[in-house]
Design a protein around this ligand. Structure first.
Ligand SMILES: O=C1O[C@H](COP(=O)(O)O)[C@@H](O)[C@H](O)[C@H]1O
Length: 241
């Protein structure tokens, strides 16, 4: 695991954008495509904007396929739909072709949406192991990642798949890649900044004992891939040095 700590979110985003560009270049050179899993929430907005503007000409976007690590069970025009945020910040600006974007279909019941999403992933990988080139993850202040929330059935899911989950504290369903599927990836990066994440970082990165049920982000540990944490100083202020 590689922990990179930045003074500000701006510096973090710049470096993370450069990192994504390098991984994309290697994937495109080796496989003629880059399979990129996006995170949702608020944290990645500036990064996506940066990729779509200042970094626009540094990636061959026609070779990029976009997926989502998780989705909220809301209509696709709801402002909480992760896909809508990515569409506004990234896809529309880059004029990404629709058949390169794998949205999670929330017009279906959550369980069916998860099944269909896994099918779409399997089709894309043409039956070979679904190993994504790059998975970008966020982390909530409760240490959830993707939609693997504390004390939910997803924490214990040992299958590399996509699953729906009812999150009691939010009183809603989510659809999420499971940790075993995430852990197959070539590269996984966490994007975490802000003081409100400090307590979670203390336990997830600094914790001596594993308590997956309370801190689901601890589940992320790629089998053969590389894990990098991009965090700012505020988020690490409770980490003992
Ligand atoms: O609900 C979600 O939250 C996490 C964390 O979001 P952030 O804005 O605090 O970084 C995010 O990774 C996930 O995709 C999203 O659905």
């Amino acid at each position: 695991m590689n922990l990179l700590i930045y003074k500000t979110p701006e510096e973090l985003n710049q470096d993370l954008a450069d990192y994504i560009i390098k991984v994309a270049e290697v994937s495109i050179e080796e496989n003629d495509r880059f399979n990129f899993v996006l995170t949702g929430g608020n944290s990645p907005k500036r990064l996506y904007n940066l990729l779509a503007t200042e970094c626009k000409h540094r990636i061959d976007w026609e070779k990029v396929y976009f997926f989502f690590g998780d989705e909220r069970n809301v209509p696709s025009d709801d402002e909480n739909y992760n896909g809508l945020m990515a569409k506004k910040e990234l896809f529309d600006k880059l004029e990404i072709a629709e058949d390169h974007i794998f949205y999670i279909n929330t017009t279906l019941a959550p369980e069916k949406a998860a099944i269909e999403y896994k099918k779409a992933i399997d089709n894309h990988f043409k039956g070979s192991d679904p190993i994504f080139d790059f998975i970008l993850l966020g982390m909530g202040d409760d240490a959830h990642t993707a939609s693997i929330f504390p004390h939910t059935k997803l924490v214990k899911n040992e299958e590399a798949t996509v699953s729906s989950v009812f999150v009691e504290k939010l009183n809603t369903y989510r659809i999420s890649l499971t940790a075993p599927l995430i852990n197959k990836a070539e590269n996984v990066a966490f994007l975490v900044f802000g003081e409100n994440k400090a307590e979670a970082i203390k336990h997830v990165i600094g914790g001596e004992v594993k308590d997956f049920d309370t801190y689901p982000s601890q589940l992320i540990d790629p089998i053969d891939g590389k894990l990098t944490w991009f965090v700012d100083e505020a988020a690490t202020k409770l980490l003992e040095s």
